[in-house]
Design a binder for this molecule. Structure first.
Ligand code: 6PG
Length: 463
């Protein structure tokens, strides 16, 4: 007789895993957890007051799940995922199904799909966004795979995901590693918007000399309108947090070196491989890297001096953030479209926007109009070509221009704001100076060029 009592297993009970397991339990799923440290497993069981079963014996955990089994991993991306899979293999049986819910690189997911399929198991990569609160009360989930695979576990995920008018923020993002790809780009957009917010904060405080309560209030007010979003909301809260260890504001005491686990960089790397420009994301990655070189920055400041002051209106700052947010979404979604064509994902951008509307870190009131734009025209090459999007962008891009101009004049770095503006100006230039590049390439390398007025490939003797 089998003693398998559970329908779903979760491995990796860190903050996110623990929260997700409780969420699954609250929503009527029969779930079981695994944590390799016995004391931690016992602690989580105790905290749940008998509601949760958590094993620290992997074989017992696997065998407690009904066949064919569905087991989700929420462990640190990289080697840990391979280690857990290797540890589980001896206990798995044909048709058992593993879902990797961490921030794995999509190429690792491709490799694991191949490896596990060969062994007769199912494997799915799924992005999960929303942090601890999201995991506990409603994350956004981005699985990739076949519809049949989704059907095996979709009900569990739909029961826990965030909802918008009853529609769960989980759906199939496309074939193969599409789920992890979409989550990677989500994080790239997250990097862009976070850096843009930090730049506007810097312009406000260092440039315009506003105090912290002023900045916090402004973000709070902005969160009531077109900028309403998770990242603006938490920024308002972060800015008004008082330091508990000393006088002053906590954010003033935090070291100005931004860390990164890598998903933003992966987004930029793959965008470059695809030949798709995502300059807001590239600039955000570089900005974090520059922040790491604090001693170098301090030495350079001693030589060159630091930024001056400036005057900008709150409305321009609002508009700069809105335009950058709109441009960041547009870049990321264009990248997903290109990746879908290149990697055979068959991703649907309306579905991507649908699951980003709530639960995830980049959720905002702008995602519903984005969903609607792709619903109206699934082949839309860029959000910038949608009428409603264009009208909104036209209304705020002047503010972005004013902020970038003032910040650059004062010497305050605004890498994401300025990269976003340059992207906008580049896209709306029917004619760019790439003709000069082509002429130079032909001059020194005989790389040839095409003409505007004749077919064919040309080479000139330039000198
Ligand atoms: C999310 C977050 C989450 C995590 C990032 C942080 O969607 O819930 O994006 O995945 O917080 O990985 O990434 P960095 O450490 O690179 O900032």
């Amino acid at each position: 007789m089998s003693d398998a009592n559970y329908d779903f297993g979760l491995i990796g009970l860190g903050t996110m895993g623990h929260a997700l397991l409780l969420n699954m339990l609250d929503n009527g799923n029969t779930v079981v957890g695994y944590n390799r440290t016995p004391s931690k497993a016992a602690e989580i069981e105790a905290l749940s007051e008998g509601r949760l079963k958590v094993y620290s014996d992997l074989e017992a955990f696997v065998k407690s799940i009904r066949k064919p089994r569905a087991i989700m991993l929420l462990v640190t991306a990289g080697k840990a995922v391979d280690d857990v899979i290797a540890g589980m293999l001896p206990y798995l049986e044909p048709d058992d199904f593993i879902i990797d819910g961490g921030n794995s690189h999509f190429r690792d997911t491709d490799r694991r799909i191949g490896y596990m399929t060969e062994k007769g198991f199912g494997f799915m990569g799924m992005g999960v966004s929303g942090g601890e609160d999201g995991a506990r009360f409603g994350p956004s989930m981005m699985p990739g795979g076949t519809p049949a695979q989704y059907d095996r576990v979709g009900k569990v995920f739909e029961s826990v995901a965030a909802k918008v008018d009853g529609v769960p923020c989980v759906a199939l993002m496309g074939n193969g590693s599409a789920g992890h790809y979409v989550k990677m780009v989500h994080n790239g957009i997250e990097y862009g918007i976070m850096q843009a917010i930090a730049e506007v904060y810097d312009v406000l405080r260092r440039g315009a000399g506003k105090d912290m309560p002023y900045a916090a209030n402004l973000f709070h007010t902005w969160n009531q309108g077109e900028l309403a979003s998770f990242l603006i909301e938490i920024t308002a809260t972060v800015l008004k947090k008082e330091d508990e260890l000393a006088d002053g504001w906590l954010v003033d005491k935090i070291s100005d070196k931004a860390r990164a686990k890598g998903t933003g960089k992966w987004t930029s790397q793959d965008a470059m491989d695809l030949g798709i420009p995502v300059p807001a994301i590239d600039a955000a990655v570089s900005a974090r890297e520059l922040s790491e070189s604090k001693p170098l920055r301090q030495q350079a400041e001693a030589i060159y001096g630091s930024a001056g002051t400036l005057g900008v209106s709150d409305q321009d700052l609002h508009d700069a953030l809105l335009a950058t947010m709109l441009l960041s979404y547009a870049m990321g979604l264009t990248q997903i479209r290109a990746a879908s064509a290149e990697y055979g994902y068959e991703s649907n951008l309306e579905t991507v926007a649908t699951v980003w509307r709530a639960g995830c870190i980049i959720r905002s009131v702008q995602l519903e109009p984005i969903r609607a734009a792709f619903a109206k025209n699934p082949d839309l090459a860029s959000l910038l070509l949608d009428d409603a999007y264009a009208a909104k962008l036209k209304g705020c891009v002047d503010g972005l221009r004013n902020v970038v101009a003032s910040a650059q004049k004062a010497g305050i770095p605004v890498p994401v704001l300025s990269a976003s503006l340059a992207y906008f100006d580049g896209i709306r230039s029917g004619r760019l100076p790439a003709n000069v590049i082509q002429a130079q390439r032909d001059y020194f390398g005989a790389h040839t060029y095409e003409r505007l007025d004749q077919e064919g490939s040309f080479h000139s003797k330039w000198a």
